[in-house]
Design a protein around this ligand. Sequence first.
Ligand code: CDP
Ligand code: MG
Length: 151
Amino acid sequence: MAIERTLIIVKPDGVQRALVGQVIARFESRGLRIAGLKLMRISRELAEDHYAEHKGKPFYEGTVRYMTSAPVVVMVLEGPDAIAAARATMGATNPLNAQPGTLRADFGLNISRNIVHGSDKPETAEREINLYFKPDELLSYERAGDAWLTE
Ligand code: CDP
Ligand code: MG
């Protein structure tokens, strides 16, 4: 199991609906460790950069407006296979297709208000972490029990 880092965002609907604690708790109790965490308002420029791969698609403009509409909580999570583990905890992009027990199924119904973002592969994770965090905002540390999780 490779130790990875992934970028997670509690999207504006998650913050507005007071779900921040529950979203973090699902990742944290699964074993992922918080390496960085902050509340921020995403600028239009940053949202356009983040979602550049979707430019020209019908949902692009709406997604940029939604992501910039209110504060978000962004975090870097670290752990064994953190990218796939976080995506599995999030569930499918469309909450209607997400498995019950995942964040997107349990907290939503609408694909354009799907609570949470998570990086989809190692290159994307590195790019997204650098978009949202400076190196000195990320901490490496051990928690009691972390070594046991990867044995
Ligand atoms: O977020 P994820 O990687 O699961 O999905 P994506 O295909 O990379 O799409 C990025 C985001 O665009 C989604 O999480 C939705 O917020 C939004 N989207 C949408 O509103 N309508 C779609 N048909 C597809 C995506
Ligand atoms: Mg994606």
